[in-house]
Design a protein around this ligand. Structure first.
Ligand code: NOJ
Length: 812
């Protein structure tokens, strides 16, 4: 490839300079088109005829790996059908460290193992279609406010997520490592700094952790407009600048594009580094088979019109066919509905208030039951909370092809329904005996470029309370009706203390963010055609103050907001357990219409424990190319070339005048000799021995109730009591969902515990260490939430027994 072709592939053509949210240049001589990068993690963003899938947090609440995969397959099929080369999802960062964090709902839950499974299965599903998935945002993207530099860089830097090495490994990077092991093709960096260095040019994070230790072979791109330097980001390991613009978009200025050509010609950026960027991009493209019959984009994220400007941000743009309205939905509504239904989490159900009879007299309250009267897509990127809440707001959204509102689905099933379309309780209502009130409430959040009802992305103004006075609506209904069912559509945990113990609040359902299938998926559960099997992907605390102040939102600070992750490994249930604070509903909690027993647990040692893993294999060789600086003519403007003003090109005026000056002052510590192989590395994701199975645990699950249902078996590990490292009392390490078990039916569920599951990240030796003890066992707690743990297996005696005292505090 010429220098121009190489640079083309590394740099976006500029914001609004192509059909997709990101578009690279091309290398047409090799059949490589301009690559289309498009959101989102729940559907193909900003286009038509697609499926608006349930959000990541909803997938997490299913605890169903096969469903996560199936949704990924459907997402990828739609991306391919629209001609998307690189899909900008899934999200595993934020993890949900801050309960108010704006984008937690795009990921799968506040635990690294749950998050990792959601991410890895989605990656595999998307990539099964030949679409390159992007795991994002690397790393520490836990709050929306102050996430970006205020231009120009340096006036006020993006928030710095200050994360210690052990916490980085055991919590925040865990899901990224698992996605890399699953073969993800792309990683997106985050807006925030990590430990004071911008994520887009953080050599420790990109070169060190992602590429060297985790063995990531694909491409690393910036988040949009977060590149802050050209040479610095190239040297730090960045491979693709998105959407390509420099500090200020729409001016035709870039840190890379023509500047990268210049830096290679003048010897500042080693040609090897550019070759590495391009190898990663092209190899990923080939690996996913995109050289074979891959469609070009047939839509425009910029307009819904059939024809329009090819480059809306250009001063003078040619006109293109912008949208062909290709329908890519196939039968994906089914998988969307399956996920939304299986996520539905029954938190409380007194006297079997649920399921409802279709002949019951139902009084439905709350605007969350109906569609936004202006249409489900009335607000740009769902930046309003009007009507049924099916997704949060921001780039992590898609347009609804339709939104099946709960009230419509309820009316389709039940005969006797009255709907009060308001968030205020109507005056003068009298409840008749037998009336059942169903109250719909919400809590919303999203991305920082929109402020919705005072919430700047994070739930800064609403806190963890329901929006639109939802609590008052529940309380008013509870004052009138003997039976109240509360249905919550929410981005994350809410506080339920104002009403949870009211005697008439008989049942509470979290339906999370269900996407387009909000209605039928809910009525499947409400009327008992299916038994609920969702489980909380986070804890519901009694009060926000139960958590440490370090996980609160941070406000303005001069120069840079410092977000120090001082709670370390102790987020969500890990923190509550450590401080013996009873949650209202524990992480993993979820009821069913049936009951399950878990019996005959056994544990088998598969691999003998050793404190350190077997040594990794040495690094293989890397592709070698010529290192001589290419002829300057390779980036000269082609003769007769018709430029589009503001489009980012690799070409340079008078390239022959650029000579290797070597006057660039490299950062202290810059070196070109390879680092020693990291002991924890060795393959995609890390040392492959980390995935050696140490124990298998099996348990027989029997449906002991009266209706069919699915159970989730979770295994939480408790480290040996003489473990010298300060470690959470219990940590989720494995889980499986059963098939549908008919009344009386059983299934033996087998779970695997790997070396990594038993290891601590030792910051001194930079390795994963198992605290092997001759006298104190690992305990493997088996249950269906972090607080329902009375059955355990021991690593030394291999005894499994029930009736034990819970290792952690139980709910209030
Ligand atoms: C910014 C968001 O943080 C990222 O998730 C998204 O993919 C890009 N914008 C492109 O829309």
């Amino acid at each position: 490839m010429t220098l121009a072709e190489k640079v083309n592939l590394t740099t976006g053509t500029g914001e609004l300079m192509g059909p997709c949210v990101g578009n690279t240049g091309s290398a047409l001589r090799f059949g490589i088109p301009s690559l289309c990068l498009q959101d989102s993690a729940l559907g193909i963003g900003a286009t038509d005829n697609i499926t608006a899938f349930p959000a990541g947090i909803t997938v997490g609440a299913t605890w169903n790996k096969a469903l996560a995969y199936a949704r990924g397959v459907a997402l990828g099929a739609e991306a391919r059908g629209k001609g998307v080369n690189i899909q900008l999802g899934p999200v595993v960062g934020p993890i949900g460290r801050k309960p108010r964090g704006g984008r937690n709902w795009e990921g799968f839950g506040a635990d690294p193992v749950l998050q990792a499974w959601g991410g890895a299965e989605t990656v595999k599903g998307i990539q099964a279609n030949g679409v390159i998935a992007t795991i994002k945002h690397f790393i520490g993207n836990e709050q929306e406010a102050y996430r970006m530099d205020i231009i120009p860089h340096g006036l006020m830097k993006a928030i710095s997520s200050n994360i210690d090495d052990r916490t980085l490994h055991e919590l925040y990077s865990w899901p990224f490592a698992e996605a890399i092991r699953a073969g993800v093709g792309a990683v997106m960096t985050s807006y925030n700094d990590v430990n004071g260095s911008a994520s887009s040019q953080n050599s420790m994070m990109i070169n060190g952790i992602l590429k060297d230790e985790f063995g990531f072979q694909g491409l690393v791109m910036t988040d949009w407009l977060s590149q802050i330097g050209g040479v610095s980001s190239a040297l730090a390991g960045l491979d693709m600048a998105m959407p390509g613009d420099g500090a200020i978009p729409f001016l035709g200025l870039a840190y890379w594009a023509y500047e990268l050509s210049t830096s290679v010609l003048n010897g500042t950026v080693p040609l090897n580094r550019l070759n590495d960027m391009v190898t990663r991009i092209v190899a990923t493209w080939y690996q996913l088979g995109q050289d074979q019959d891959y469609p070009l984009p047939n839509f425009s994220a910029n307009t819904a019109d059939p024809t329009g400007l090819c480059y809306p941000a250009a001063l003078f743009s040619p006109t293109c066919v912008t949208n062909q309205y290709v329908n890519v939905q196939a039968d994906h509504a089914k998988v969307a509905r399956n996920v939304s239904r299986e996520a539905i989490t029954l938190l409380k159900n007194v006297n079997n208030a649920l399921p409802l009879s279709t002949s019951a007299s139902l009084k439905i309250f709350g605007s969350d039951a109906e569609n936004n009267p202006a249409g489900p897509n009335a607000c740009n990127q769902r930046s309003c909370n009007t009507g049924i809440l099916g997704m949060g707001w921001g780039s992590g959204t898609a347009n609804y092809p339709y939104l099946d509102a709960p009230i419509d689905a309820i009316k389709r099933k039940a005969a006797n329904v009255t709907y009060y379309s308001s968030d205020s309780f109507p005056s003068g209502l009298t409840a008749a005996a037998g009336d059942i009130a169903v109250v719909f409430v919400t809590s919303d959040s999203g991305e920082n470029q929109y402020t919705v009802e005072g919430n700047d992305g994070d739930r800064s103004s609403s806190g963890l309370y329901t929006w639109h006075n939802g609590d008052a609506l529940v309380e008013a209904a509870a004052a009138k009706y003997a039976t109240v069912i509360v249905v919550v559509h929410t981005v994350g945990p809410i506080l339920v203390e104002n009403w949870i113990d009211l005697p008439s609040v008989k049942a509470v359902i979290f339906a999370h963010l269900p996407g387009q299938e909000a209605g039928d998926s809910l009525t499947d559960i409400l009327f008992g055609e299916y038994s609920p099997s969702g489980h909380l992907p986070y804890s519901i605390p009694v009060a926000e103050s139960n958590y440490p102040s370090s996980v609160s939102l941070l406000g303005f600070e001069f120069f840079q907001v410092q977000d120090t992750f001082s709670e370390g490994l102790y987020i969500d249930y890990r923190y509550l357990n450590k401080h013996s604070i009873a949650p209202r509903f524990a992480f993993g909690h979820g009821l069913s219409y049936t009951t399950f027993s878990r019996t005959s647990a056994t544990i088998t040692a598969v691999t003998a424990l050793s404190s350190t893993p077997p040594a990794r294999a040495p690094k293989g060789s890397t592709p070698m190319y010529s290192t001589s600086i290419p002829p300057a003519s390779e980036v000269a403007w082609p003769t007769g070339f018709n430029t589009i003003w503001r489009y980012l090109y690799p070409y340079v005026d008078d390239p022959e005048s650029i000579t290797a000056t070597n006057t660039f002052v490299y950062p202290a510590g810059y070196q070109t000799t390879p680092q020693p192989d990291p002991v924890a590395g060795g393959d995609q994701g890390g040392n492959p021995a980390l995935w050696d199975v140490m124990f298998t645990i099996s348990v027989k699950v029997t449906n002991t109730g009266t209706v069919a249902g699915k159970d989730v078996v979770m295994v939480f590990v408790q480290y040996p009591s003489d473990n010298p490292w300060d470690t959470p009392i219990i940590q989720l390490r494995a889980f499986e969902k059963t098939d549908t078990l008919a009344k009386g039916a059983s299934e033996v569920v087998t779970l695997q515990i790997t070396r990594k599951d038993l290891s601590i990240w030792d910051v001194v030796s930079q390795n994963w260490i198992i605290p092997v003890s001759k006298t104190a066992p690992f305990l493997f707690w088996i249950g269906d939430s972090s607080a329902n743990l009375t059955l355990a297996c021991e690593s030394l005696t291999k005894i499994c027994s029930g009736g034990r005292v819970s290792p952690v505090v139980v709910p209030v």
